[in-house]
Design a protein around this ligand. Structure first.
Ligand code: DAH
Length: 341
């Protein structure tokens, strides 16, 4: 047994010394120290050795095993480190390379304009509300002093869902809803932005879906002067301090008197050009004093309170502000267009 052990120590030592690389070193380990390895086998047959011999031979076997393990560990250390270094080199990241910037979106130009309108009126003390796009004929027309046979219905080609339900053709039904909800409380100072729908074929200035923002103020002693002051302030905040503002008599069934509001042309400043069609003026909204009939229908006493109402088209305002000549661009989501903002 002792001889076998010493011979084995020799062969194993030589094999460990000769191994060329990590695989060969591992082979040596398996061959001598593995579960079926030569040394392991000798250690297992220790039970056949006479008891008196066991401690000495056991110790010898242990020493041989420890020595072999030490040698193997020593020889593996250098190639292991080298392998690790190679791996680190291969997986190296150059963190100084410029990265790829994530594409950040931005708000839609119409959203900017809608928010700017809201902002200006919020600063003047108005609240913002939203109202349904699917609306009753009653609020869209009748409560606004437009009965079923009124010729003004022809001005707004309507998408009807049933005889009594439709897609709102303007944000004006918000007036009727707000007054009905508030009556007889004053003051009322609210605006309502939102989508509207009309059976118009799409072209450069028409879209079957478009935006409006409606303004409503009702209180004791509201006069046309306050309407003029409010809208002049709005126009100059929106289009610049030097804008001239003009009120032109007009007609709407729910306001009396009514006025359309023009601003001096943004391109020529009033001299006349192709944008203003030579007039020097650009129309931006409709407005007027709330019709006494509308106040009455909602439950107000028109001899005690009065108000003004305004309806504007944010699409048109955005087109004028940014020099866009086709409303359809707002609704096509063409990134080549949107990236320009
Ligand atoms: N609702 C009208 C339309 O869509 C616009 C309008 C005009 C609204 C005058 C108003 C107003 O509040 O006073 O054509």
């Amino acid at each position: 047994m002792e001889e076998r052990l010493r011979a084995l120590a020799q062969t194993a030592g030589a094999a460990a010394a000769q191994a060329q690389n990590l695989e060969e070193l591992d082979e040596v380990r398996v061959r001598f120290l593995g579960r079926k390895g030569e040394l392991t086998q000798i250690l297992r047959s220790m039970k056949d050795v006479p008891p008196a011999e066991r401690p000495r031979l056991g110790q010898l076997a242990n020493e041989i095993r420890d020595e072999l393990e030490r040698k193997l560990a020593e020889r593996t250390e250098v190639p292991k480190r080298r392998l690790q270094a190679q791996q680190l080199e291969k997986e190296r990241l150059d963190i100084t390379l410029p990265g790829v910037r994530p594409a950040l979106g931005h708000k839609h130009p119409l959203t900017w304009v809608l928010e700017e309108i809201e902002d200006i009126f919020l600063r003047m003390g108005f609240d913002v509300v939203e109202e349904p796009e699917v609306e009753y004929d009653y609020y869209n027309f009748e409560a606004l002093n437009i009965p079923k046979d009124h010729p003004a219905r022809d001005m707004q080609d309507t998408f009807y869902i049933t005889d009594e339900i439709l897609l709102r053709t303007h944000t004006s039904p918000f007036q009727a809803r707000t007054l009905e909800r508030m009556a007889p409380e004053v003051p009322v100072r609210v605006i309502c932005p939102g989508r509207c729908y009309r059976r118009d074929p799409a072209d450069a200035t028409h879209s079957p879906m478009f935006y409006q923002t409606e303004v409503l103020a009702v209180d004791k002693n509201i006069s046309f002067a306050q309407l003029k002051g409010t809208l002049t302030t709005f126009a100059r905040e929106m289009f610049g301090k030097n804008r001239e503002v003009r009120f032109r008599p007009s007609f709407f069934p729910f306001t009396e008197p009514s006025a359309e509001v023009d601003i001096s042309c943004l391109v020529c400043g009033g001299k006349g050009c192709s944008l203003c069609k030579g007039t020097g003026w650009l129309e931006i909204l409709g407005s007027g004093m709330v019709h006494p009939r509308e106040l009455e229908i909602a439950g107000y006493d028109p001899s005690r309170v009065s108000g003004f109402a305004v309806g504007m088209g944010p699409d048109r305002i955005a087109m004028l502000k940014y020099g866009i000549d086709d409303i359809r661009l707002f609704y096509e989501d063409d990134l080549r267009f949107l990236h320009q903002f």
